[in-house]
Design a protein around this ligand. Structure first.
Ligand code: NVA
Length: 292
């Protein structure tokens, strides 16, 4: 059966470690595995704009021996002139993988249900699982626990919009890795009940945990990793989110917040970043930042 990667928990805890191990091996020896050699084509659709994801998929597919075919917003019939199902049935005859950045998670699910080749989520309104693979790899490089999968037991704290795609992915991927995930977010912008229930069920098997708090002053206490993301995600209106009345203003990651984290804590941000909003410049450009 074809495997797809639509959300963080599509990888079991042991498969997650396998992928991170493989990524480390490829980083050390970039052209050692060429599964797309031919070259086979990987198509990468964007319904939302992108810099990093576009370049990383294009270079990644090429590095694996394949041919990246990038389709920018507005350049295809996908989902408006041609159904998602018909698109999948045509593409599976020509490409090796389908990568898609889009709005609704249900669109990705429909594509996967109709595709004999793997479908990969390159960000949806609900999740950004590939970003989490990169972040967990970075966390392991900097904060490896020295045992097990190198991540379990670490405390990862996220400040800001606790109901967006990044927050959902930090919750699910972090708990999948056995980490203690803390979401620090204002009431009304905290993880949905379904995400909390899924994380709690998963935590019982991985030893991880999820805590949700609205207190920015104590939220980062003891954290090994502190993270934030934009207050206005793609597709959202900035009104009431990015202005002075924004409920996220008290949730900026400042140096004071970093000072409450554990000794040697690192700072991460998926980018694009807005200095002076979700993060202070001295943090993202400071010594704790491993963003770049
Ligand atoms: N939450 C952000 C992540 C960008 C990579 C967005 O969806 O715009």
């Amino acid at each position: 059966m074809t495997r797809h990667f639509l959300k963080d928990t599509d990888l079991s805890p042991s498969e997650l470690v396998e992928v991170l191990d493989l990524a480390e091996a490829l980083k050390a020896d970039p052209y050692s595995r060429r599964p797309l050699e031919g070259p086979g084509t990987g198509i990468v659709f964007f319904d939302k704009t992108s810099t990093r994801t576009r370049v990383s998929f294009a270079t990644g597919i090429a590095d694996l021996g394949g041919n990246p075919l990038i389709v920018n917003p507005g350049e295809s019939q996908l989902g408006h002139k041609e159904s998602i199902a018909d698109t999948a049935r045509v593409l599976e005859r020509m490409v090796k993988i389908i990568v898609w950045r889009t709005f609704a998670q249900s669109g990705l699910e429909e594509m996967a249900a109709n595709s004999a080749v793997p479908v990969i989520n390159a960000l949806s309104d609900d999740y950004h699982p590939c970003q989490l693979l990169a972040d967990l790899m970075t966390i392991r490089e900097h904060k490896h626990t020295g045992s097990g999968n190198g991540l379990s037991g670490l405390t990862m704290v996220y400040y800001g919009d606790g109901a967006n795609n990044m927050s959902n992915s930090y919750v699910l991927a972090g708990v999948n890795a056995g980490m203690h995930v803390r979401i620090v977010a204002p009431v009304g912008h905290q993880p949905a009940e379904a995400i909390v229930a899924e994380a709690d069920a998963l935590a019982a098997t991985t030893g991880g945990s999820l805590t949700v708090t609205e207190d920015p002053a104590t939220g980062a206490e003891g954290a090994d990793v502190v993270i934030t993301d934009t207050w206005v995600s793609m597709g959202q209106s900035a009104a009431g989110r990015a202005d002075g009345d924004s409920p996220f203003v008290p949730y900026q990651v400042t140096q004071e917040v970093m000072d409450t984290a554990a000794e040697g804590a690192i700072f991460l941000h998926c980018l694009p970043a807005y200095r002076g909003s979700e993060v202070a410049a001295e943090v993202i450009d400071g010594p704790a930042s491993v963003v770049f």
